[in-house]
Design a protein around this ligand. Structure first.
Ligand code: ATP
Ligand code: MG
Length: 463
């Protein structure tokens, strides 16, 4: 009996049940200050309250502020419906089809205002129009908005650490799911039964990993346990939604740690099947290339430099090209067209998993194409390449390949020097190439009869 009691006590410690009355943390019990909240979020909350609605600052921003991290954006939860929100603000727009939300615009800042929602067994998070459209087209059952109470809204959220409501007027935090406890213990924990919550929305597995990497938290034991088994469910998620998730995974500044966790939980293969296969065949080289690419991305973000999904996808998919090209060559295709075709195939297949918009696939192909052109430097070619709009990305990509251990005969150093050289130094660098340049006039002539290559100084548009 005692043993049983103890067990249930331990269980309740391990898996705190969500509550219908919140734990209330007064101003002395938490470190969140009103001054930390975006003044636009404060004004949205106050105006809604003045109009008689309930309104709280909620979600990631409360979590991040408690951890001394600068929030990415500020979300508001309210009892007002999106239409009621729109009626209060001239600068509000209602977005979303399946789940309507209001966006209140203040210059470049958008405060996302969500109406309290009730949990629904097949509830899934949709907050962007393209996901909604996709769902719609893919024939999934669409439901109306199911609005709910504040308590219900807390239960339908994903993780305990994301279900904290900051009540600005009283300077207190409402904690329905022991989120503060989990923040203190550095735990990512699903609200409710983990397996059921992943089945409802498999993207929560990616979110678990993303928050664990970003916050340097552990995924709580019960929340971690089903992930490997359920990871294949990600294949059913609409590709546009997965594309957005992949960007959040790899372009939020914690890509390297995120990648390790994705591997650990078997979540990488459903996102990037061809890369995962290449990683299995050639773990050293592919692992180095991907890790270097992600580490560089994190570094750039930390330095406030821009990052582009095109470079990221070019890097993640590059290891999948050689085997594809080889298959085509075995079927009789000459090497260069085989590479072009492999590039096309790899991207097309990847788009079925993560719908990469053309504005990123085209530059990714240009980056790949430049890898073939960078060794050919004779005559005016080097100078023409320097003017290529994608030169910098292509050059960075070359350095990345070298970092991963690809042998290029010092090509990266040559281009580094060439960029810094004076005109006369450049001329002598070109002369010094002599016959060493892989693409002297002879190889070009040989390629000429190949119709596919004709006029394809730039990447042919195939997608
Ligand atoms: P960040 O903005 O830093 O990525 P966040 O926690 O704010 O983190 P958002 O994607 O902005 O994440 O979502 C806002 C809130 O909506 C979350 O904190 C969570 O409470 C809820 N939410 C988002 N996605 C889901 C989901 N798939 N299932 C349940 N609740 C979700
Ligand atoms: Mg957010």
């Amino acid at each position: 009996m005692l043993k049983k009691l103890f067990k249930s006590f331990r269980l309740s410690l391990n898996r705190p049940h969500p509550r219908s009355t919140p734990e209330v943390l007064g101003s002395q019990q938490h470190s969140l200050r009103r001054a930390d909240i975006s003044r636009h979020a404060v004004s949205v909350v106050e105006r809604l309250q003045n109009a008689g609605y309930q309104a709280y600052v909620v979600g990631g921003c409360v979590r991040d502020l408690l951890l001394d991290i600068e929030p990415k954006d500020f979300d508001v939860a309210t009892s007002a419906t999106p239409e009621q929100v729109r009626a209060e603000f001239r600068n509000a727009r209602v977005i979303g089809r399946r789940f309507k939300l209001a966006h209140v615009h203040f210059g470049r800042e958008i405060i996302e205002v969500a109406t309290f929602r009730a949990h629904h067994p097949d509830d899934e998070e949709d907050d962007e129009d393209n996901h909604l459209a996709m769902r719609h087209e893919s024939g999934r059952i669409l439901r109306d908005n199911v609005y709910g109470t504040l308590e219900e809204d807390a239960q339908r959220r994903d993780f305990t650490i994301n279900a904290l409501y900051f009540d600005i007027a009283h300077d207190r935090i409402l904690d329905y799911a022991h989120g503060v406890h989990d923040i203190r213990n550095h735990l990512v924990r699903l609200i409710g039964d983990p397996e059921q919550r992943y089945l409802e929305d498999p993207v929560r597995m990616l979110r678990a990993v993303r928050f664990a990497a970003k916050l340097d938290f552990d995924i709580e034991h019960h929340s971690a346990a089903p992930i490997r088994r359920l990871a294949p469910l990600l294949r059913d998620i609409p590709a546009p939604r997965l594309f957005d998730e992949v960007l959040k995974l790899f372009l939020s500044g914690y890509a390297e740690d995120t990648f390790e966790l994705l591997l650990e939980y078997d979540l990488f293969a459903p996102l990037f099947p061809a890369t995962a296969a290449a990683l299995e065949r050639n773990p050293d080289y592919v692992g180095r290339l991907v890790r270097h690419a992600l580490a560089n991305t994190d570094e750039r973000i930390a330095q406030g430099k821009p990052v582009t999904p095109a470079f990221l996808f070019a890097a993640l998919l590059w290891p999948a090209l050689p085997s594809r090209a080889l298959e085509l060559q075995k079927r009789g295709m000459p090497p260069i067209p085989a590479l072009q075709e492999a590039a096309h195939l790899v991207l097309t297949e990847q788009c079925r998993r993560t719908a990469i918009p053309k504005r990123f696939t085209l530059p990714a192909r240009e980056i790949w194409d430049l890898q073939e052109r960078l060794p050919r430097r004779q005559g005016k070619r080097a100078d023409l390449l320097l003017e290529h709009p994608r030169f910098r990305a292509g050059y960075d990509f070359l350095l990345l390949r070298e970092e991963a251990g690809e042998q290029t005969g010092g090509l990266g150093d040559w281009w580094t020097d060439y960029q810094e050289a004076s005109d006369s130094e450049r001329r002598s660098m070109i002369r010094a190439l002599g016959g060493k340049d892989e693409a002297g006039s002879a190889p070009r002539k040989r390629r000429r009869p190949n119709r596919r290559r004709r006029g394809s100084g730039d990447v042919p548009e195939r997608d």
